[in-house]
Design a protein around this ligand. Structure first.
Ligand code: M6R
Length: 612
């Protein structure tokens, strides 16, 4: 949460910073600000609200006409300490106004530090934890910004990605990382710092991922990385993998819709080179495990948050149904505080689109501390989780910008489907069964494309139902996590309350909510549980509830019972989640749109939740 960016170079500094913040806005969007060098001074512009407000303020400021800045820093905020206000927006300055700091993370001991600084005569302007860093730098300042940051960091407890500047250290920025991501971008006679490489793709040629405990100092033409004891660290620079198109909406009105429609392609990318048709199995080189090691696995535990957790639930179902390997998914926010029993013949996965989710990262570290071998299923290349795991799978869905996760979800379950096929073929699955699975799985992108043609039908359905304040989503077996994911999608962006439950659980309590005022969205694939789902639908209808059924094409019985029906193409029952989720994503999108919500940046949320 919160995005930070820094620039040293000869281009228009405020424009570069605003461009970088635009790419980072998904990390937090309740306020933003920049600080750029002036003549022996620092010019700070901050605004509450979306980045457009800051862009307008910069355009109306002296920076529009007289901008000689050659270095500066920027921040987009997701509030943790202190309300959303201009005073609490970053960058924060010291008492002299010559030091400016942007910070992502939480300084846990800020209160004690603040008391001491106030006792020393410092005047605070905000309620944030971050402002203490500016005042500590002021106390440590002896003409060398790098030395000052080295002196201050040992006093901080908590997590941080920091960038600092001083008016009297022209052309220099210092950055430090501990628990919050920070990358260095290398350009031609220009250097950048940012929370994620997406902010740098327009200008930087290479990136260096900083690790916890590292401190970097940059000028336009060089950089130096040290550890906390000021010892030089040599690191290799990586190529930037993103295309600029990934960060544009193209012909779509919202990133969410663009990302929903990208799914046939993003799934194909995630399977490229990973399906072995000759051996009727999958291939995942990044697991770094031999076939013998995979055969020895007796149990799989999958950890994730939000949508990634639901993808993990589906992954666990794939493993149990296809490979007969006991598997379960755990919520990252729960498992990290449990006494996790790590068993030697178990395999652990952490799943995260961003690769930066604090709960998942804590769970990963806890698992590793207890001796587990942990693999990652991540989208963001070079992210903290991707780098701290013992191997894993990049899902290659491309940057996901909308806060509501869509294409990452189907790419995550793609990775699990491939892994389950590998595990199954090393056990009981025959080559004939493997072949049938791989063929059906390879057809999924085309079937999703067909399902996406329902877009306008689903838009009408959303118009009909979007004013209902509550919804129940119901599914069984492998479609239960899909129902829960559909409910999460709806509430996250439309603010309609929605609950996802097992259809079999209806009679154990939730049925008392059923009335004309409560629509139920049933997932009814053509599988062994179809009859049971049909019975549950009838129970709801008998109580005057409204039923929407997402069923397989040609299911006349479901059509007769339900008030509204969305028919998706037939596939293997185990692959139903890939198709069932598409109408739910579109339903959430169109409901939010009809209600006038901010689809890509829903209230109170941020894309990557880097605080606990
Ligand atoms: O980046 P991650 O996959 O670790 O994020 C986990 C959740 O925060 C995320 O899936 C969240 O639930 C989404 N906004 C849901 O659409």
């Amino acid at each position: 949460m919160c995005g930070i960016v820094g620039y040293c170079g000869v281009k228009n500094t405020s424009e570069i910073l605003l461009g970088g913040l635009r790419r980072l806005e998904y990390r937090g969007y309740d306020s933003s600000g920049i600080a750029v060098s002036g003549e022996n001074s620092i010019i700070v512009v901050r605004r509450v609200g979306k980045l457009n407000n800051l862009t307008e303020a910069v355009a109306e400021s002296s920076l529009a006409t007289d901008n000689k800045a050659s270095f500066g820093i920027g921040h987009t905020r997701w509030a943790t300490h202190g309300e959303v206000s201009e005073e609490n927006s970053h960058p924060h300055t010291d008492c002299t106004g010559k030091i400016a700091v942007v910070h992502n993370g939480i300084i846990e001991n800020f209160s004690g530090l603040k008391d001491r600084l106030i006792a020393n005569g410092h005047k605070f302007k905000s309620q944030t934890d971050s402002e203490v860093i500016a005042h500590l730098l002021e106390e440590a300042w002896n003409g060398d910004l790098n030395a000052a940051i080295h002196a201050v960091l040992p006093m901080l407890r908590g997590t941080y990605g920091i960038i600092a500047m001083h008016a009297d250290a022209p052309g220099v920025l210092v950055g430090a990382r501990c628990g919050s991501p920070l990358v260095l971008g290398i350009g031609d006679n220009e250097m950048f710092l940012a929370s994620d490489p997406g902010a740098l793709t327009r200008h930087a040629k290479k990136v260096v991922y900083l690790d916890d405990g590292e401190i970097v100092s940059i000028t336009a033409d060089g950089f130096n990385i040290t550890d906390g004891k000021n010892r030089d660290i040599k690191k290799t620079a990586d190529n930037i993998e993103f295309r600029n198109d990934d960060f544009e909406k193209g012909d779509f009105p919202h990133f969410m819709l663009k990302e929903i429609f990208e799914q046939p392609e993003s799934i194909k990318r995630g399977t490229t080179g990973r399906l072995d048709l000759a051996a009727s199995t999958g291939k995942l080189g990044g697991l770094n495990m031999t076939e013998d090691e995979l055969r020895a696995i007796r149990r799989v535990v999958i950890v994730g948050a939000g949508t990634s957790y639901f993808a993990g639930c589906i992954g666990a179902n794939f493993l149990e149904s296809m490979a007969g390997v006991p598997a379960r998914a755990e919520l990252a926010s729960e498992i990290c505080y449990k006494n996790i029993i790590v068993e030697p013949d178990s395999m652990y996965f952490v799943v995260s689109q961003s690769g930066e989710t604090a709960d998942t990262l804590i769970a990963l570290r806890e698992l590793k501390r207890k001796g587990a071998r942990v693999l990652g299923i991540c989208n963001a290349v070079g992210s903290t989780i991707a780098r701290e795991t013992d191997g894993g799978v990049y899902i290659h869905s491309g940057p996901e910008i909308a806060v509501a996760s869509t294409k990452a979800f189907t790419s995550q379950i793609t990775a699990f489907a491939i892994f389950a096929a590998i595990m199954a073929r090393l056990r009981e699955m025959t080559s004939v069964q493997g072949d049938a699975f791989i063929k059906a799985f390879s057809a999924i992108p085309a079937l999703i494309k067909e399902t996406l043609e329902l877009d306008s039908t689903i838009a009408k359905l959303a118009e009909k139902y979007c004013n209902y304040p509550n919804f129940i989503f119901l599914g069984r077996g492998i479609c239960l996590p899909v129902a829960r994911e559909g409910a999460l999608k709806l509430k996250e962006i439309s603010y309609i309350h929605a609950e996802g439950i097992g259809a079999g659980e209806l009679k154990h309590g939730t049925i008392s909510l059923i009335s004309e005022a409560m629509p139920s969205m049933f997932l009814v694939p053509n599988d062994g549980l179809r009859e049971k789902n049909i019975s549950s639908m009838k129970e709801v209808k008998a109580r005057k509830g409204r039923v929407i059924a997402i069923c397989t094409a040609g299911d006349t019985e479901a059509r007769d019972i339900a008030d509204d029906v969305i028919e998706v193409p037939e596939t293997l029952p185990i692959l139903a989640p890939f198709l069932m989720i598409i109408p739910l994503q579109l339903f959430a999108y169109h409901s939010a749109l009809k209600l006038g919500r901010d689809v890509d940046q829903p209230r109170n949320l941020a894309k990557s939740v880097t605080v606990e």
